[in-house]
Design a protein around this ligand. Structure first.
Ligand SMILES: C[S@@+](CC[C@H](N)C(=O)[O-])C[C@H]1O[C@@H](n2cnc3c(N)ncnc32)[C@H](O)[C@@H]1O
Length: 691
């Protein structure tokens, strides 16, 4: 194979065949192919939201330019050390290369945003507090290939590769395989293990962590001499026993050679030897020096002044149009990007109630830390290895598996227990940005409505106007007991607030607050917010909120996330799983409708290209709740929604928008010139609920 075809980045996104058919029906084959391609690349610019309560866009631009001027610029979160030249190169050399999609929507609004230099202010009216930083790519990388002398290599997990394409380094847990004899300081080509169709109709990468890469499609080296062959076999058996390596190591062919063709994401320098990479649990394994895409990211830079956020997410907060003094509910708030955007638009006056479930599922957390230690694929391939190895090996294998894999995994799992909860992440962000109007709660959004006549002990606490911890000014919404158990970001006046709560408890006969609750609240007031304060404190659970108690509700729903970029595999979603997302979102929406007051607003958003979670939700909402209507959004830079319906092979008909509704929603198409993630926003006005 021509090395330039092999050592390049040209991924093809794989989908479940039924899902692919469905999307082709929705978008047409050419448009869907452009969307698929765009999803495999990161956006060509980073988008920064400026905290206008603390600073201005101009001041931020000046500071960022100053940072670029400083040599040894450190990109904190990812540990990327960009020196002055590298960062300048990445910025100066950045031609925005976007494939022109069908829609020119929003492009006029963005025109000019990139013309004044590489760091520039957004020109969309109302979004002047957004700053763009141009990136560059795709770049061609010279991997120094020579016939019979392939480059040393490292294969990383897909999640790790997606993070690297966004600017991260290669961390130890992300490494799947590595060439033999790699030492610290070696230059390595980095490629990605992407799921391939498996024999059982599923998907698998088939690479066991620790696999030794041969670098050549066939390993002639094994046949150089008989003695060498014996030596290699002995080494192989020892490695298998010590590291639980896959017996495919014995193969003289590299079974993954062709799979990683066109999946090279850059070149880097190893920060430890091969043995070290597979021995330690954390740290940077490969320091990336040449990347396919250069996206200078400003994580952990100008903390409290800026926040990296996708443009459609910023537009979502804007579409909600929160007003000073209002009471706003952010139903699925973690990690708090939109919550803080809303609070800033309200000038930190009023109340933003941010709720999220208590923690992510184990698997989600594992994904977040980019670890693949327990993934099913790996378990499968280990079992497959056993089948080929006989029962003695089976015994030895499990012994070593427990010593070298299971126990560290258990330790890792225990370690996760001390990770901050999702809600604590919101608190931390709010504190960083100096926002006081945000109250956070652990709550299942599917049970967000608390009814007064429920026989639940806490629901007896539901009362109007108890407002112990907030600085609401003029919202006439009903107030609930949740303030009693809230985690507030605000400094508290213990005495006054507490008295107010107690007197409310006595004076209002619709209100009952137990002595234990009063004591608990008094303690909290007296001792200050303590562990419940925003900086790493515990978030209290909430039992829900009264119907009609919010002026506006944002439902940024959990979704299939099929709009997130870059994405290297999409085969995990099936038509059934997509439908389940839709059902879950409708149940959440039902709660949102009950919580918003008549005359209020609901904004619904997702980061998926799936019409079943977007237009179909709008259809459900409008058909189920006659007092809801689609409202115009400002700014409107996304494209129109999809009109019509889709009939599935099983006869199920999914209805989308009706003519006239399409221009009232915003659909951000990843293949459009705006070059954003795939995203959807619908805004509903809530009429009188009496009808
Ligand atoms: C799209 S993310 C929200 C992103 C957030 N709005 C932001 O802009 O930073 C969806 C969130 O929904 C949360 N979630 C999922 N199911 C939930 C439930 N039943 N109750 C509350 N939150 C839930 C997830 O934990 C996740 O944080």
């Amino acid at each position: 194979m021509d090395p330039s075809e092999r050592y390049c980045y040209n991924p093809v996104l794989r989908w479940n065949p039924e899902v692919e058919d469905y999307f082709i029906k929705a978008y047409g084959p050419q448009h869907f192919s452009r969307i698929s391609k765009a999803l495999t690349r990161p956006s060509c610019y980073s988008c920064i939201r400026v905290n206008t309560l603390n600073t201005t866009s101009d001041a931020v631009i000046e500071k960022l330019q100053g940072i670029i001027q400083n040599s040894g610029f450190q990109n904190g979160v990812n540990g990327i050390n960009l020196n002055k030249t590298e960062l300048k190169d990445s910025l100066n050399d950045s031609n925005i290369k976007v494939e022109v999609g069908e829609s020119e929507h929003g492009m006029n609004a963005l025109k000019g945003s990139f013309e004044n230099g590489t760091i520039s202010k957004c020109q969309i009216p109302g979004l002047e507090y957004v700053v763009f930083v141009k990136g560059s790519g795709p770049h061609t990388i010279d991997y120094d290939y020579a016939p019979e002398r392939p480059p040393k290599e490292v294969i990383v997990s897909r999640k790790c590769a997606e993070a690297v394409l966004r600017g991260a380094q290669v961390f130890v847990p992300g490494v799947m395989a590595c060439s033999a004899h790699v030492e610290k300081g070696d230059l390595v080509a980095v490629s990605v293990a992407v799921e391939q169709p498996g024999v059982d109709g599923g998907w698998a990468t088939g690479i066991t962590r620790g696999t030794v890469l041969q670098g050549l499609q066939t390993g002639k080296i094994y046949f150089v001499s008989e003695s060498r062959l014996i030596t290699m076999l002995i080494i192989s058996i020892i490695s298998l026993l010590l590291a639980g390596a896959d017996p495919s190591y014995y193969n003289v062919v590299d079974p993954h050679y062709l799979e990683r063709s066109g999946l090279y994401i850059g070149q880097g320098t190893t920060m430890m030897s091969r043995a070290g990479i597979f021995r330690v649990l954390q740290g940077i394994a490969v320091d990336m020096n040449s990347r396919i895409f250069n996206l200078p990211s400003f994580h952990d830079v100008l903390e409290g002044e800026i926040f990296l956020q996708n443009l459609p997410s910023i537009v979502t907060a804007h579409a909600l149009d929160p007003q000073k003094g209002e009471r706003i509910l952010d139903m699925c708030a973690a990690p708090g990007g939109k919550t803080t955007a809303i609070a800033i638009l309200m000038r930190d006056e009023g109340e933003v109630v941010a709720v999220d479930r208590s923690h992510n599922k184990y698997a989600d957390i594992m994904e977040r830390i980019d670890s693949v230690q327990l993934d099913e694929t790996k378990k499968d391939s280990r079992l497959w290895a056993l089948d080929r190895s006989g029962s003695l090996y089976r015994l030895i294998f499990w012994l070593f598996y427990f010593l070298f894999a299971a126990i560290p995994n258990r330790i890792c799992e225990l370690g996760l227990a001390i990770l901050p909860t999702l809600v604590q992440n919101i608190q931390k962000l709010a504190a960083e940005m100096g926002l006081k109007c945000i109250n956070t709660y652990k709550l299942d959004a599917l049970k967000a409505v608390c009814r007064r006549n429920e026989s639940n002990g806490m629901s007896a606490l539901c009362s109007d106007k108890i407002n112990s911890c907030t600085n609401i000014q003029n919202s006439d919404s009903l107030r609930l007991h949740e303030e009693v158990s809230s985690t507030t970001v605000e400094g508290l006046d213990a005495d006054t607030t507490c008295k107010e709560t107690v007197s409310n408890g006595k004076g209002n006969d619709r209100t009952y607050i137990s002595k234990a609750d009063i004591r608990k609240n008094m303690r909290r007031m007296r001792n200050g917010p303590g562990r419940n304060q925003c900086l790493g404190g515990r978030a209290e659970p909430s039992k829900g909120f009264s119907p009609n108690s919010f002026d506006r509700v944002l439902l940024d729903a959990p979704c299939s996330a099929l709009g997130l970029r870059p994405r290297l595999f999409s085969g995990e979603e099936t038509v059934n799983s997509l439908r389940s997302h839709g059902k879950y979102q409708r149940r959440m929406f039902d709660q949102a409708v009950q919580l918003v007051r008549p005359g209020g607003v609901i904004v619904y958003s997702t980061c998926t290209i799936n019409p079943g979670e977007n237009e179909a939700l709008v259809r459900y909402a409008l058909d189920t709740y006659k007092y809801l209507s689609l409202a115009p959004q400002n700014p409107r830079i996304g494209g129109p929604g999809l009109v019509g319906c889709c009939e599935f092979p099983d006869g199920y008909v999914e209805e989308w928008l009706r003519p006239g509704e399409e221009e009232l929603v915003q659909r951000f198409d990843p293949s459009s010139p705006l070059d954003t993630i795939g995203f959807f926003i619908a805004k509903f006005s809530v009429g009188s609920k009496e009808v």
